[in-house]
Design a protein around this ligand. Sequence first.
Ligand code: KG4
Ligand code: ZN
Length: 342
Amino acid sequence: MSVYFLGIETSCDETAAAVFTDELQILSNVVASQTELHSRFGGVVPEVAARAHLQRLLPVIDESLKHAGITLQQIGCIAVLNSPGLVGALLIGVSAAKMLAVALDVPLVNANHIEAHVFACRLAAQRDIFPCVGLVISGGHTSLFECQSPLEFKLLGATIDDAAGEAFDKVASILGLGFPGGPAVEREARKGDAKAFSFPRSFYKDERLDFSFSGLKTAVLYTAFGQDMSQRRHTLSEKMRADLAASFQQAVVDVLVRKSLQALEQTGLSRLAVGGGVAANRCLRAALERAASEHHFELILAPLSYCTDNAAMAAMAVEKWRRQMWAPGDLDAVPAYQPSQM
Ligand code: KG4
Ligand code: ZN
């Protein structure tokens, strides 16, 4: 008989709950986005996010149980993504998870949000995807991992400043495209010329597997408005805005493809799994697909519904449950990324 898991995710601005089984069947995946609360600030306000999680989490859990067609009493394990993220936001999910595990007298298992973005590819593939190189591209992280198994993630490189998603959000703000920036820049880029501006591609020729997107963002700002902010032009022509979006997106895509190829070469692995919000970008997906057919590696892209934050990816915790690696009773919310330990 299947064991039912309740997954909880509250690391940033999505309140999410999912029900899945020990065979990694996803029975429900409910995400309540807070975009409407944060858009007027142009970014996620941590305190606002935490309060909204508090109001929304229990109704979201109820909805996930209803969609799955089961009751809370049938849940056999609670899985929570307790790190990394905004500490106040994470705490709401972690507290609810601990409370439910005690009340239902079932085990509590935790997993890492960043690593779970790679595991989203495993859910979609419906078969083992390990070993692989994992590329996680989100609003807070841009990281490459050597993943020998679901519980063995070795960090190969990461951004030294802005994350790729953060760069999309900031460039959207520079171009006056609103929040969240990724989908808005992608839409704008479709109208523009990706070769109009030659933007920096950091560490492109370097062996190291790190990223840097902060200089790229500044290059977009200076190209749009010049270096003297007091002379800042108030409007950009439609063509200029579209060309800037397309050229910026191309620079990000080129770097992500290049570093993925280097990671595959350096590890000797032949499979790439890509997750996180930026993995929803169609230009990037097409470029990775071209690279996979040219360089003969297997590409596993998280499906669009699993790219941005969700609780189905907490199914990574099933791997710990199999090994009886329960979370401690005093499990904490940990804001910074810490690699999982076997
Ligand atoms: O993984 P995610 O939902 O949250 C974090 O863990 O950070 O990623 C959110 C990020 C945001 O920065 C958003 O602008 C970006 O993913 N994003 C995109 C696209 N959709 C979301 N970036 C580029 N193109 C997209 N289509
Ligand atoms: Zn995420």
